[in-house]
Design a protein around this ligand. Structure first.
Ligand code: GLV
Ligand code: MN
Ligand code: MN
Ligand code: MN
Length: 414
């Protein structure tokens, strides 16, 4: 039986076809996907996924955060399951692979076992986590975060998008407010396969990233309060212009981040000026800021630098600056046995591979609070992600899925 299990391979063409079929839901003219969390498109994607899962006879549960759990029972159904999963939601201008690959690779593993009539000892579970991206509702990874106990259910349900619609309301509206409590049960091991979303594997010409952990992330809402006035008559010296303060803070912070370490990251992903009129100095500018670093001390340094510089710029410009921390996801180190299971599977399959830390956040971060976890990366073209042009090679996706299959089989037993 061991040998049979080790020689099992997934169907790469079927995986690719499923990815392309899912990508039609929310397809954008530029070739990407806009399937943001809990929209009608997310509902269609979830419905299609559940139809596929029911076709292979899996049992489905949905929790109060809309996380979907698909179970293929093992021969010892009471043993803690081996879990995989990722997310179906996308960025507003997202690609075809971020998250979706991890979900449909998990489905491909279950389909392969069903085709081959292989029953694992421990059950296998495939999870679709709600709102991983954090693009529509902040913070990211909130479905897995509530489930793992990082956030309360009330907090999760109350998060609102820019129009004021909340996660709780939108879950009910699209029919995915489940009955199960959003809380963990014992898990033997969990794996998530994902495109790398960065350039390392492609540059090194390697196929598999054995992911040893995830760097830390801190999100801030920074608001600059100025005095609205006329663009013409008001002398420059008489203005309290929030955009000047923003420009000064960003310039100083970018310089510090670049000088501090090659590992540090700073992104100003969303900027809004109010009232938003070309010939009025804005009353207010809102900046959504993302800072990252793989080491806790590094992230703490960036955090303190932000607050210090905001005080200095406030002093220098007379523009009041509020810095509100929205989210903190500290760096995570994955489980050594799960890392080894991925490493062994990559070796056994003859895939070139390297150990690496994830630059992106993933649901595995919160899953790792309650279960042994690691991740598998495959290359993506140009390292590009959160971009409609995101693309990945079918052979690489197939290899990553085979690594997932073998790592799950090794931990579940046959
Ligand atoms: C999630 O996509 C992240 O911001 O890393
Ligand atoms: Mn993702
Ligand atoms: Mn993403
Ligand atoms: Mn992500």
């Amino acid at each position: 039986m061991e040998n049979t299990a080790q020689s099992l391979r997934i169907d790469g063409a079927r995986l690719w076809a499923s990815l392309m079929e899912m990508a039609r839901i929310g397809a954008t003219p530029a070739g990407g996907c806009n399937r943001q969390a809990l929209t009608d498109e997310d509902k269609q994607g979830r419905d299609l996924f559940l139809q596929w899962c029911r076709e292979i006879g899996c049992e489905v549960r949905i929790d109060r955060m809309g996380n979907i759990f698909v179970r293929r029972a093992g021969s010892e159904p009471d043993a803690p399951p081996v879990v995989t999963g990722s997310h179906l939601d996308t960025q507003p201008t997202g690609g075809k692979f971020d998250g979706v690959y991890g979900v449909l690779a998990g489905l491909e593993v279950l389909r392969t076992l069903e085709d081959q009539g292989v029953r694992t000892r421990a059950s296998l579970e495939l999870v679709v986590w709600t709102n991983e991206e954090g693009a529509r509702f902040s913070p990211a990874m909130i479905g897995s975060g509530v489930w793992a106990g990082e956030f309360s259910l009330e907090y999760g349900h109350g998060r609102a998008d820019k129009s004021g619609a909340t996660i709780g309301e939108e879950l009910r509206r699209i029919g995915y407010l489940g009955e199960e409590p959003a809380e963990p049960k014992p898990i033997a091991a969990a794996f998530e396969v994902h495109i790398e979303q960065g350039p390392i594997l492609e540059k090194k010409n390697e196929v598999i990233g054995v992911v040893t952990g995830v760097q830390g992330i801190r999100w801030y809402d920074v608001t600059f309060h100025g005095t609205p006035c006329h663009a013409g008559p008001t002398p420059m010296a008489d203005r309290r212009d929030p955009v000047q303060a923003l420009a000064l803070l960003c310039e100083r912070l970018y310089s510090e981040v670049k000088a501090y370490s090659d590992d540090a990251r700073m992104t100003c992903g969303d900027l809004r000026a109010e009232p938003g009129s070309r010939n009025t100095v804005p009353e207010k500018v809102a900046l959504a800021l993302d800072l990252r670093h793989p080491q806790p001390e590094g992230l703490e340094h960036l955090h303190r630098t932000l607050y210090r510089m905001a005080d200095q710029v406030e002093e220098a410009t007379g523009v009041a600056i509020d810095v509100r921390e929205e989210w903190h996801s500290p760096p995570v180190v994955f489980d050594s046995q799960c890392i080894e299971a991925v490493d062994d599977a990559a070796k056994a399959l003859g895939c070139s591979h390297r150990k690496m830390v994830s630059g992106a956040g993933h649901d595995s971060v919160y899953v790792s609070r309650v279960a042994p976890v690691s991740m598998i990366f495959v290359p993506c073209a140009g390292g590009l992600s959160h971009n409609e042009a995101e693309s990945a090679e079918p052979d690489h996706l197939e290899a990553g899925c085979n690594v997932l299959l073998q790592a799950m089989l090794a931990r579940a037993g046959t």
